[in-house]
Design a protein around this ligand. Structure first.
Ligand SMILES: Nc1ncnc2c1ncn2[C@@H]1O[C@H](COP(=O)(O)OP(=O)(O)OP(=O)(O)O)[C@@H](O)[C@H]1O
Length: 326
């Protein structure tokens, strides 16, 4: 049985439209006019146990709404979500045991209580025995280095400290499935790396299932093999990251710096940038022959080659598959 199943999930939000001014306010109370937003439109996918899925898409694509339906926070307008075979919003208490969720932009900890007290309350809520609780805390501390600040209140923590405590809080009851919605947003490079390492460990060493949303393509490249791309509430790609790069990347690129006065190669030349000549193409034989020609020359000072980076690939997918640029 898959850990997570989304079958034709749809979510429509209905909101009151308010015109400006006092008249608009009175009208919104007396005779409210409503507008509908289709946030998620027929999203289907499954995630196997122990798999990490990166759920990607531009702002407003429907990622958080999908996660909220899967975690039981929102009830779908249509379609069905299943977590380990159970419907999350009808079985909230059992579902809470199966999942952990971290929303990077919002804390789930008690804002004015030291994090350790929040951890203690979670121990009571999930009825974890003290020895198990202490062991899990020690394990989380070893991975996330929390004990230096876990006596502070989240109100007084830095963002990186607060999110690390949120991660610990989400995992204290040892859930097999974790939803991480932009967990590293706004973190510095060192803490980001620590959190990514932590996520990797949860999948590789602990066999947890993870759904991760992020706008950070370095994070995707570092953590994910499979990606689900959504745009305007619909799935536009579900598959391997490598296949995506092969299908949508525009092939190879070569960047060359010549000695002053050298006559540059002209085949496959795309243009110049910052004193370098840029070449590109999608034919492997042409790539090899250009590299051979360049390596034979004495007037090449520097040479770099590679494929499109992931940002370019994502932009190409949104443009070509959904017909809309992100
Ligand atoms: N509670 C709500 N009421 C009304 N509209 C909502 C609500 N929550 C989300 N929406 C709308 O649903 C759409 C999808 O939002 P969602 O937050 O799921 O996108 P997202 O892909 O997570 O975006 P981001 O990357 O910016 O976090 C947006 O148009 C948003 O304005």
């Amino acid at each position: 049985m898959p850990a997570i199943e989304a079958d034709g999930l749809r979510k429509v939000f209905s909101t009151v439209v308010r015109s400006p001014g006092l008249r608009g306010f009175v009208r919104s109370v007396v005779a409210p006019e409503r507008a509908e937003t289709v946030a998620v439109e027929g999203v289907s996918f499954t995630v196997g146990q122990g798999e990490l899925l990166a759920l990607l898409g531009p702002n407003g694509a429907g990622k958080s709404t999908t996660i909220k339906m899967l975690s039981g926070v929102l009830v779908p307008t249509a379609g069905r979500a299943r977590i380990a075979g159970h419907v999350p919003h009808t079985d909230r208490i059992a579902n809470a045991r199966r999942i952990g969720a971290v929303f990077g932009q919002r804390t789930q900890l008690w804002w004015d209580l030291p994090a350790t007290e929040s951890f203690g309350m979670l121990r009571d809520i999930f009825r974890t025995d003290t020895a198990t609780h202490e062991r899990r805390l020690a394990e989380l501390d070893a991975l996330l280095e929390l004990s230096a600040f876990w006596h502070q209140r989240p109100r007084h923590m830095s963002l990186g400290q607060r999110v690390r405590c949120d991660l610990a809080a989400a995992l204290l009851h040892d859930p097999p499935i974790i939803f991480l919605d932009e967990p590293t947003i706004g973190m510095d490079a060192v803490v980001k790396e620590q959190v990514r390492e932590f996520i990797r460990h949860q999948v590789d060493a602990r066999g947890r299932t993870v759904v991760l949303t992020t706008h950070d393509m370095a994070e995707v490249a570092r953590l994910a093999q499979r990606v689900l791309l959504v745009n305007h509430g619909r799935v536009v790609y579900d598959g391997g990251l490598d296949e995506l790069q092969r299908e949508y990347g525009s092939g190879w690129r070569v960047r060359v710096v010549y000695t002053p006065g050298a006559a540059p190669e002209t085949t496959h030349l795309d243009g110049r940038s910052g004193g370098a000549h840029l070449y590109s193409g999608d034919d492997d034989a042409a790539h090899r022959s250009l590299l051979r020609a360049l390596l034979d020359r004495d007037d090449v000072l520097d040479l770099q080659t590679g494929g499109d980076d992931l940002e370019d690939v994502m932009a190409a997918v949104y443009r070509r598959r959904a017909g809309v640029a992100p």
